[in-house]
Design a protein around this ligand. Structure first.
Ligand code: AMO
Length: 447
């Protein structure tokens, strides 16, 4: 819903405004000439010309100029001169139309409350054009978030999650939350964080995979979760995090993986559409232009991928698609967003449904990077047990999971959709860490 007060569409101004603020910068327009408002935010800059001083005040929506005249209010004027950059104030004043000033208006200051004085020097600049190195930015993430570019990513992330929830709820998905501490590892493999659970070993889940599948036997039919993935992967790349977030879905009574892919592409377009509607300012700040892909997305089979790659590099049927392979493939295709389908069974986890030597599984690729992967799952208990044994898994560790398949489990499938991965590609960020507030990687456990 757009704000009834201003042109900013991504903020629905609450009718219950705070006592320290009646309006954000973007709520105010030149037409409000003569109206009294209370604004609040961070002092980005102060210019004192002797008899007149200007404060550039920044809030979540933008900036404004506050003008103070010494003669009219000597006490406040004195206080202004003691303000440091990035101090926090709340100010009451009258809006005055002024074409020469940013936004076409300024606020003539009448009252000011200093809420917090910022210490000096700042650990990093907020408006300085000099490039701050990425580690300094991450070390000082809270200050970094005051910068327009950084904030824009998270405003868009906010839109993304709202759009995803709207789309999924409209399509009958029920929001769930499954445990993040578990007695067994969810994806098989050893890349799990082990924790001490009252003297016993437990693991942080790699994904909600086992639980969302179990829920398919509950009758909830379609579920989704904004999930946390914890993966103790050793590699340190620009596209992997050790703690990442995802939109996970699972749906029952599917004919095959196509049913799931329709949700994945519909979800992606719903997200992009909403960002286009609500975040034009942020996209401009980031210098990003996004086109809405047309539906349905192209589907390209793993076999076709092999054919393309073999012309360019050493690649055998059955090999994994790594970064180099994904990039090479993207170069050969005329579209940005596409599914890769019908993977070799061995390339996919134990729960993927087989179709001969293929898995009924897919990856969703965005400009040469996997942003989602999913599959139709095995729903037959015996088949699942025998597949797990074939792969050398200890079925005793999966007793609770397997029990869910014993008393009526419908055919089902789903996908996991990397939130940071989509944002990274959509917003042309070169490092996935740009798209999560406080990244966790091998070297970073703070802030
Ligand atoms: P997968 O392991 O492919 O599948 O993960 C699903 C999606 O999550 C994102 N992702 C990551 N993003 C950042 N850093 C990581 N270390 C990371 N790992 C995964 C990717 C990826 O496409 N259970 C299955 C999904 C399913 O079949 O429902 C799974 O976890 O965007």
């Amino acid at each position: 819903m757009a704000c009834p007060l201003c042109s900013t569409k991504n903020i629905t101004h609450s009718p219950i405004m705070n006592m320290l603020r009646s309006h954000y910068a973007m709520d105010i327009s030149p037409e409000m000439d003569g109206e009294k408002v209370r604004v609040a935010g961070w002092v980005e800059d102060i210019r004192n010309l002797g008899g007149i001083a200007f404060i550039i005040l920044r809030d979540r929506t933008g900036r404004m100029q506050i003008t103070a005249i010494k003669k009219q209010n000597p006490e406040i004027f004195k206080e202004i001169t003691s303000l440091t950059r990035e101090s926090v104030i709340s100010a009451v004043g009258t809006c005055q139309k002024n074409e020469k000033v940013m936004n076409g208006w300024e606020l003539l200051l009448e009252e000011m409350e200093v809420l917090s004085i910022a210490q000096t020097p700042l650990p990093m600049g907020v408006v300085d054009k000099v490039n701050v190195d990425f580690d300094t930015r991450l070390d000082n993430r809270i200050i970094d978030l005051r910068r327009d570019e950084t904030k824009a990513v998270f405003m868009i992330r906010h839109t993304m999650l709202g759009a995803a929830a709207d789309f999924l709820r409209k399509n009958g998905f029920i929001e769930v939350h499954t445990p993040k501490i578990s007695a067994s590892s969810s994806e098989g493999g050893t890349e799990v964080f082990r924790i001490d659970y009252f003297g016993n070993d437990a693991y942080l889940v790699q994904s909600p995979q086992l639980y969302k599948q179990m829920l398919m036997a509950s009758g909830l039919d379609r579920v989704y979760e904004i999930a946390w993935y914890f993966r103790a992967e050793e590699h340190d790349t620009s596209r992997h995090l050790n703690e990442s977030t995802a939109i996970d879905i699972e749906m029952a009574f599917i004919e095959n993986e196509e049913d799931v892919m329709k949700i994945a592409e519909g979800l992606t377009n719903a997200i992009i559409q909403k960002i286009l509607e609500e975040n034009s300012r942020e996209l401009e700040v980031l210098g990003v232009k996004i086109d809405l892909p047309s539906l349905p997305y192209p589907r390209i089979s793993y076999d076709e991928v092999v054919e393309i790659l073999q012309k360019e590099m050493d690649f055998k049927w059955g090999d994994d698609l790594g970064t180099d392979e994904e990039n090479m493939l993207a170069k050969h295709l005329d579209y940005d967003v596409y599914f890769i389908t019908r993977f070799p069974l061995e390339a996919k986890p134990f729960y993927a449904m087989a179709d001969g030597k293929y898995a009924r599984a897919f990856d969703l690729e965005f400009k040469g990077m996997e942003i989602s992967s999913g599959a139709q799952r095995i729903h037959d208990y015996e088949m699942l047990v025998s597949r797990m044994k074939e792969l050398g898994m200890n079925v005793d560790n999966f007793e609770d999971y397997l029990n869910a398949f014993r008393y009526g489990m419908p055919p089902h499938g789903g996908f996991g959709y990397g939130i940071e991965r989509l944002l990274m590609r959509l917003l042309n960020r070169s490092n996935i860490r740009e798209c999560i507030l406080f990244p966790r990687d091998r070297k970073r456990l703070r802030p």
